[in-house]
Design a protein around this ligand. Structure first.
Ligand SMILES: Nc1ncnc2c1ncn2[C@@H]1O[C@H](COP(=O)(O)OP(=O)(O)OP(=O)(O)O)[C@@H](O)[C@H]1O
Ligand SMILES: [Mg+2]
Length: 498
């Protein structure tokens, strides 16, 4: 039993009446790769925070390296080698890569002066350990999400990590980046470093984990070896439901009239070039491509964040000049960004306020004309439609689980009733059950006449919800696929083809 790093016994925790965890037990062994799965709001992040000493459980026992720890504090967890990589990575954006990795380490030595040469050297060694190359002198606000994660991991390893905990580590990564992250995690195993990670992506869970624990409504329902576990059983254990997704059958609302959105030869230097396509009412158009393919830049141009410099956009047959977000909104275009955890929400404000903020914006500062009861009604409708798990819409968004915060962003945009809605990675970080629900909502919006663009590199998702899929490569449209004429395998192969 001395290879057990961490043992949790019967942990319970409630937040003002919400039972987040009940009687959860968990064992983590040396070098083990353990997946923690569960629907949005099931209690995963809460459990992780308890292990980190950030949240105190109401009851239960925590045993670290064979010793029972009472009132575990963050510093105890760190001393015991427990390192958590949070979703926002907790890095300092205006410090360099080297400083982010090594400053803690340097400060811990209790010296009077920081030795900057040493900082760089320590940082370099840490990056070498995971065989990664990132420019040490770049400030962290200028590196990619994947690189930020690697910086956070290197920093964690420097603190003698024995257990690395990753909360949804692959959310903002592309296929290749996920692959290399997995290589790094596997590389830690021979050194006895265990990894506990939260993921909603089935293929990933099965690709890497040795053990799987599933939490449903705050209770542990499964704890098993991954090898012998079946994928459909996994989904069922997580959700308590069986799924059978229908593909979306597009009925062009007015195939002879002008398209809702027409883009012709749109270009923006160093982002994308010569992009042309049409979107009709009732259509769901998928856009896929690897990171750097220009897919997000295209969306940003359509939404006026980084306007295109050449080419034309027309909405309902009329030329549309989109030079700002205000322009885009005026033409009825909405955009749900990729990086929802940091963009678009006021975490300390109520769920209700966050949902109606767009609508208020659109009314151009005349909120008094809108009756409070109608606003409340609208909020209630979206909370219910998107099944946002909360005891009251008046609570701050901060109290919601990650996946539920994402739904608030979606609700905010839907409440503004756009004609064209661009969704960037709409179900990233969303559990399988909710993913199914979100897909149904997207199809419902199309059925009601909205035109939707779904940007994603989740191929099964694109095939489920889209009518057509455009593939971007190096800033250009490489190929277009009709959903009924392409398989998942073909499309995946096309996607990763350089
Ligand atoms: N500080 C808090 N105050 C009130 N309720 C909270 C707080 N933190 C968590 N909760 C509630 O506890 C439950 C579990 O939340 P938790 O964040 O652990 O879920 P999760 O499994 O991580 O979900 P997700 O996949 O969406 O990130 C949710 O109902 C959430 O609203
Ligand atoms: Mg969470």
């Amino acid at each position: 039993m001395n290879n057990v790093i961490l043992q949790l016994n019967n942990i319970s925790k409630s937040f003002s009446g919400v039972q987040a965890l009940q009687d959860v037990s968990l064992t983590i062994r040396r070098g083990e790769i353990h997946c923690l799965a569960g629907e949005n709001g099931s209690g995963k992040s809460t459990l992780i925070k308890i292990i980190a000493g950030v949240v105190l459980p109401d009851s239960g026992e925590i045993i670290i390296n064979g010793q029972t720890v009472r009132r575990l504090q963050p510093i105890d967890a760190i001393r015991a080698g427990i390192q958590i990589i949070y979703q926002d990575f907790a890095l300092f954006p205006n410090l360099t890569v080297a400083e982010n990795i090594a400053l803690n380490h340097e400060l811990a030595q209790n010296k009077r002066f920081v030795n900057w040469g040493e900082v760089r050297q320590v940082a370099q060694t840490a990056l070498d350990q995971i065989k990664v190359r990132i420019d040490l002198d770049t400030t962290v606000d200028r590196i990619s999400v994947a690189e930020k994660q690697l910086v956070a991991i290197s920093r964690a390893l420097l603190q003698q990590a024995r257990l690395l905990i990753l909360d949804e580590p692959t959310t903002a990564l592309t296929h290749r980046e996920v692959e290399s992250l997995f290589q790094i995690i596997k590389g830690l195993q021979p050194r006895g470093i265990a990894t506990l990670f939260v993921s909603h992506k089935l293929n990933e869970v099965f690709a890497i984990s040795e053990r799987i624990s599933i939490i449903r409504n705050g209770r542990k329902v499964v704890d098993t070896a991954a090898q012998s576990y079946d994928q459909s059983e996994f989904v069922y254990s997580m959700t308590g439901r069986r799924f059978d997704e229908q593909r979306y059958n597009y009925q062009a609302a007015a195939a002879d009239g002008p398209p809702l959105l027409r883009v012709e030869r749109l270009s923006a230097p160093e982002s994308f070039a010569d992009i042309s396509f049409e979107l009709r009412a009732g259509e769901i158009l998928g856009i896929t491509g690897l990171l750097g393919s220009g897919r997000t830049e295209l969306a940003l141009a359509l939404f006026g964040i980084r306007p295109a410099t050449a080419g034309t956009i027309s909405v309902h047959g009329k030329a549309a000049r989109i030079a700002s977000v205000q322009d885009a909104i005026r033409y009825g275009i909405g955009y749900v960004p990729e990086d929802r955890l940091t963009e678009g929400l006021f975490l300390s404000q109520s769920i209700a306020r966050n949902i109606v903020v767009r609508t208020l914006d659109q009314l151009g500062g005349a909120p008094r004309l809108l009756s409070m009861s109608r606003l409340r009604q609208s909020v209630a409708t979206w909370v219910q439609q998107l099944a946002i798990k909360t005891s009251s819409p008046e609570l701050p968004v901060r109290t919601l689980s990650g996946g539920n915060q994402q739904r608030v962003v979606l609700a905010k945009w839907l409440a503004g009733a756009p004609r064209v809605l661009i969704l960037n990675g709409p179900t990233v970080g969303v559990d399988v059950g909710s993913k199914h629900e979100l897909h149904e909502i997207i199809k419902g919006l199309a059925r009601d006449g909205m035109g939707l663009i779904v940007i994603s590199d989740d191929i099964p998702e694109l095939l489920q919800v889209c009518n057509r899929i455009l593939l971007m490569r190096k800033g250009r449209l490489a190929e277009a696929f009709d959903r009924s004429h392409v398989t998942e395998l073909e499309l995946t192969a096309k996607l990763i083809e350089a």
